[in-house]
Design a protein around this ligand. Structure first.
Ligand code: NOJ
Length: 561
C-alpha cells in the first residue's frame, strides 16, 4: 500500500461553537482556538478539521452556508482564520475544512437570486412546480434526512424546492455546469489560502436521478435510492478531483449508508479514484437500528463484523477512516462504554480498539478527556433541528410511549456532542467568561482538561501514549494487515495488525462491564511478545477485568535472531 502523509494523520475535529470562547460572548471562536493550539499539538495529533466556520444563519449550526468565502462574525474574521492557519502550520498541524456543497443556506445570495428568477441563478437549485389540480401537491414523495417532507413551497418563485436536510438548506443542482464551476472555485479559494484538505459533507448525495421519480414507500429517508448515489455521482466527483491535481491536499467524503463494496467505487486507488477516503457510518450502528433513535443494546459482535469488513475489504486497495465521535454522534463512552461505573477504563478500551486500525484517525473535541452525554430532562433542553424533526416523525408512528420517545431522542441527540468543552473546574468549565450559548455538562467539575492533565493515569494521557505508539509502530498500526481473533467472543475484541516485515501488534480488549475468562485471549498473545500498553498496569491474567485492554508487539521474525 502506498504510504502518503494524509494516511498517517490523526485529526482533531473542532466544532467551533463549543470549543473555546476567546472574546467572552459565550460562543466558541477562532481566538479561542488560537489559544489552544499548543494543547492540540500536545495530544500528538497531526491535523485539525474545522466543522464549518463560514457565514451562516446557523439553522444547522454552520452546515447551512450563506457565504463560502467568509468567516462567521461570531467566530472571528478572515484574519483570525489566517492566524490560526499559520499557527497550526507553524506547529506542524495540517488544517482541513468542511466543504458543504450538497446544499446552501436559503440566505445564500444564489438562493435569493434563484427564487427571484434571476436568469444566471435560476437553475442553481432543484425547483419543480407543484402537482395536482391546485398545483400544491409535492413534486414527488421524497423525505428529508431530518425527518419531514423533502419539498418546500416558495411563494416568490411559485414553485417547490428540494431540501434533503432542513427547510433552510435547499439542495444545489449539480447537474448545472455553472454550479460545478462554483464548487471548484470555492475549493481553489481555500486551497490557495493553504488549507490541506476537505471533509466533504454528504457528498454522495449531490447527483439526483433524472425526473426525480417517487421513492420506495418507506417511513424514513424516502427517495434515498434516487440520490444515494445518483447516476452522475462518479462523473461529478472526478471533475472535482481535477482541482486537487495542482495541490498537495486530500478529499474525505462523508458517506451515509456506505458499505465497503460500494466505497471501493469511489476510493480505490488509481486513475478512477474520486476521493481519498470516506466516513462510513456502520461502526456507529452497534447500538441502534439504521437510525440512531431506534435504539438497541450495544452489540459487540455486530461492531466486530463491521470493523473486520472494512479493514479487510479495503486492504491494499483503498484507505479507511476511523472515528468514534463527531458533532453528529453522542459521546462514545455513553454509548459503547460504561459511563457510570467505568468511565475512564471504558474510554481507554474504546480508544485502544480503534487507534491501531488501518486508516486516518479522528478524535472529536472532548473525546480525549472522556466527556459524556448531557442529562437532558425536557424537550426544551434541545437546540438541534434534527432532534425536533425526529420527534415529530416518531410521534406520528406511535411506536413509542412518550417517555420512551424522549429517552430515545435524548440518547441519540447530536446535542450530546455539542455541549462546550470542559477545560477546568472553574465557572462555565473555563469555556467562556460570558454566558455559554448552550448547557455545560454538570459533570465538568470532575471531567475537565485541567484535572486530566494533573492525573498521570487519565484518559487524556492515555490518548497521548497510544497516539505516540500508533506512530512508532506505524508499519503495523497504520499500514498493517488486519487479522481478527476470537471472532465469536461476545465480550472480547482481539486482532493482530501485521506489517509487511512480519512484525505485529496484538490488541486484546474486554469491551464489557463484566469480568470474563482470559483463556482464549491469552492464546492470542504470540510467544516473545512485549506488552506496550493497557488500561491496567498488569499483564493478561486468568480473568480479564471490565474494559481491560492490552497492546502487545512482536518483532519481525528475522529481527529476532
Ligand atoms: C452532515 C453533517 O455532519 C451534519 O451535521 C449536517 O447536519 C448534515 N450533513 C447536513 O449538512
Amino acid at each position: 500500500m502506498k504510504k502518503t502523509w494524509f494516511k498517517e494523520l490523526s485529526v482533531y475535529q473542532i466544532w467551533p461553537r463549543s470549543f473555546c470562547d476567546g472574546n467572552g460572548d459565550g460562543i466558541g471562536d477562532l481566538k479561542g482556538v488560537l489559544g489552544k493550539l499548543d494543547y492540540i499539538k500536545s495530544l500528538g495529533v497531526d491535523a485539525i478539521w474545522f466543522s464549518p466556520l463560514y457565514v451562516s444563519p446557523q439553522k444547522d449550526y454552520g452546515y447551512d452556508i450563506a457565504d463560502y468565502r467568509n468567516i462567521a462574525p461570531e467566530y472571528g474574521t478572515m484574519d483570525d482564520f489566517k492566524a490560526v492557519l499559520e499557527g497550526a502550520h507553524a506547529r506542524g498541524l495540517k488544517v482541513v475544512m468542511d466543504l458543504v456543497v450538497n446544499h446552501t443556506s436559503d440566505q445564500h445570495e444564489w438562493f435569493k437570486k434563484s427564487a427571484a428568477g434571476d436568469p444566471k441563478y435560476k437553475d442553481y437549485y432543484i425547483w419543480r412546480p407543484g402537482k395536482g389540480k391546485d398545483g400544491k401537491k409535492f413534486p414527488n414523495n421524497w423525505m428529508a434526512t431530518f425527518p419531514g417532507d423533502g419539498w418546500q413551497w416558495n411563494e416568490q418563485r411559485g414553485e417547490y424546492y428540494l431540501h434533503l436536510f432542513a427547510v433552510e438548506q435547499p439542495d444545489l443542482n449539480h447537474d448545472n455546469p455553472a454550479v460545478r464551476e462554483e464548487v471548484k472555485s470555492i475549493m481553489r479559494f481555500w486551497l490557495d489560502m493553504g488549507v490541506d484538505g476537505f471533509r466533504e459533507d454528504v457528498i454522495t448525495y449531490i447527483s439526483k436521478r433524472e425526473g426525480l421519480p417517487n421513492g420506495f414507500p418507506l417511513p424514513v429517508m424516502r427517495g434515498m435510492e434516487h440520490y444515494s448515489p445518483g447516476p452522475n455521482i462518479h462523473k461529478y466527483l472526478l471533475e472535482y478531483r481535477q482541482v486537487l491535481k495542482d495541490y498537495d491536499a486530500f478529499q474525505l467524503g462523508e458517506a451515509p449508508m456506505m458499505t465497503p463494496e460500494n466505497a471501493l467505487k469511489y476510493i480505490t486507488e488509481g486513475d478512477n479514484q474520486q476521493l481519498d477516503m470516506m466516513f462510513q457510518f456502520q461502526t456507529m450502528e452497534a447500538d441502534c437500528f439504521i437510525v440512531s433513535y431506534i435504539r438497541t443494546k450495544f452489540n459487540l459482535l455486530k461492531l466486530k463484523r463491521v470493523y473486520k469488513n472494512w479493514q479487510t475489504k479495503l486492504y491494499g486497495k483503498a484507505w479507511n477512516t476511523n472515528y468514534l465521535e463527531n458533532h453528529d454522534q453522542p459521546r462514545i463512552i455513553s454509548r459503547y462504554g460504561d459511563e457510570k461505573n467505568y468511565r475512564v477504563e471504558s474510554g481507554k478500551a474504546l480508544a485502544t480498539m480503534y487507534t491501531f486500525m488501518s486508516g486516518t484517525h479522528f478524535i472529536y473535541q472532548g473525546q480525549e478527556i472522556g466527556m459524556t452525554d448531557y442529562p437532558f430532562k425536557d424537550w426544551s433542553d434541545f437546540t438541534d433541528v434534527a432532534t425536533f424533526s425526529a420527534k415529530r416523525l416518531m410521534e406520528k408512528t406511535h411506536l413509542f410511549s412518550k417517555k420512551k420517545l424522549f429517552e430515545n431522542c435524548a440518547y441519540a441527540a447530536r446535542d450530546n456532542a455539542r455541549t462546550p468543552v470542559q477545560w477546568n473546574a472553574e465557572e462555565n468549565a473555563g469555556f467562556t467568561t460570558g454566558t455559554p450559548w448552550f448547557h455545560i455538562n454538570p459533570n465538568y467539575k470532575d471531567i475537565n482538561v485541567a484535572a486530566a492533565e494533573a492525573d498521570e493515569d487519565s484518559l487524556l494521557n492515555y490518548y497521548r501514549a497510544i497516539l505516540a505508539l500508533r506512530k512508532q509502530y506505524k508499519d503495523a498500526a497504520i499500514y498493517g494487515r488486519y487479522e481478527e481473533k476470537l471472532g465469536r467472543n461476545k465480550h472480547i475484541m482481539a486482532y493482530d495488525k501485521i506489517a509487511d516485515d512480519g512484525s505485529r501488534l496484538t490488541v486484546i480488549i474486554n469491551l464489557s462491564s463484566k469480568t470474563v475468562s482470559a483463556r482464549g485471549a491469552r492464546k492470542c498473545v504470540p510467544k516473545g511478545a512485549v506488552r506496550l500498553i493497557g488500561t491496567y498496569k498488569w499483564s493478561l491474567a486468568d480473568m480479564m477485568k471490565p474494559y481491560e485492554a492490552h497492546v502487545y508487539y512482536t518483532a519481525a521474525p528475522q529481527a529476532k535472531q
